[in-house]
Design a protein around this ligand. Structure first.
Ligand SMILES: Nc1nc2c(ncn2[C@@H]2O[C@H](COP(=O)(O)OP(=O)(O)O[C@H]3O[C@H](CO)[C@@H](O)[C@H](O)[C@@H]3O)[C@@H](O)[C@H]2O)c(=O)[nH]1
Length: 276
């Protein structure tokens, strides 16, 4: 197992009832990292699974994988729940400077992990796996309603960021950028969007990596109506976060402009009228 000092790369996997996907995920990540052409050494990479007390054998599977020599550990949370807060916890625990987040369900291709990890640097502090890049095709089995929800969610976020797919759950951030973020929204699913704004990632610091979003290998999606409502709440908060100072400036400007106009229209009392 890699020692604390040599872990430069961390992969964070939020997981809830994903036991069936954990073994193929971990073995495929490390197979990709062990390839001779991998830009990132497997020995310098850790995987952290943040599980919300699934009680489906996930912890035992991780234990077996550890015994087989894989650098993977599991954090089992018993008092907290939720995808975004699980990702934040993983980032807090990560030892690496380059931190990647991906789903457990193999919708994010594990073979992309080495290049995604390597894409982060002090000048590219954010890497985004995008489903809207050139030549990317959505899996034809991806349900129509999910495509519509995804497109709608993306349009609503357009004024907030230049990133092409801020809804993506396949993204990475450098530790120093993550540490800049304050008051992260730990509810809902859209932690990448929150980080892009609250870590103040400039457009030129975002490296985008196009990938094809597959369908779930096993288990069920946890994206419910409640998660979508949480997204709308999050958007309202982010709009306020990003545009409130502009709004205050605009209001002050309008008030000043109003008084200037009133003064110009009605004029100040002339000297003549004052002398009368
Ligand atoms: N620890 C923890 N993990 C969770 C929870 N809810 C979901 N997860 C884990 O988070 C990952 C994504 O959850 P899914 O339920 O599979 O989400 P999805 O519907 O496929 O949505 C994905 O794609 C969206 C884009 O369409 C993304 O916006 C979203 O973030 C996610 O990546 C999976 O590994 C899942 O086990 C939770 O409450 N706690």
């Amino acid at each position: 197992m890699a020692s604390r000092q040599t872990t430069h790369y961390s992969v964070i996997v939020p997981a809830y009832r994903e036991n069936g996907n954990i073994r193929p995920l971990i073995t495929r990540i490390f197979a990709a990292l062990r390839r001779v052409d991998s830009p990132v050494p497997a020995e310098q990479t850790e995987v952290i699974i943040v599980d919300d007390n699934s009680r489906d054998g996930s912890a035992e599977t991780v234990q077996q994988l550890q015994q087989e020599g894989y650098n993977v550990r599991i954090i089992v949370r018993t008092t907290e729940r939720g995808l975004s807060s699980a990702v934040v916890r993983g980032f807090q625990e990560a030892q690496g400077d380059n931190m990647l987040c991906m789903d457990a369900d193999l919708q994010h291709p594990p073979e992309y992990v080495p290049s995604m990890l390597a894409a982060m640097s002090p000048s590219h502090t954010f890497v985004l796996g995008t489903r809207y890049g050139k030549g990317v095709e959505m899996d034809k089995d991806w349900p129509v309603h999910r495509r519509i929800i995804s497109a709608g969610a993306r349009v609503l976020a357009l004024p907030l960021t230049t990133a092409s797919d801020p809804m993506s759950g396949f993204f990475g951030i450098r530790k120093e950028a993550f540490l800049k973020a304050r008051n992260l929204n730990a509810g809902g699913f859209k932690i990448a969007l929150d980080l892009l704004i609250k870590s103040q990632i400039p457009p030129h610091a975002i490296a985008e990596v196009p990938f094809s979003f597959g369908v779930r290998a096993e288990g069920e999606s946890k994206l419910t109506g409640k998660v979508m409502i949480k997204y709308l709440e999050q958007l309202a908060e982010l709009y306020w976060y990003k545009f409130s100072s502009l709004l205050v400036f605009l209001v002050i400007f309008l008030i000043v402009a109003f008084f200037v106009l009133v003064r110009t229209w009605f004029g100040s009392p002339s000297l003549d009228s004052q002398q009368k």
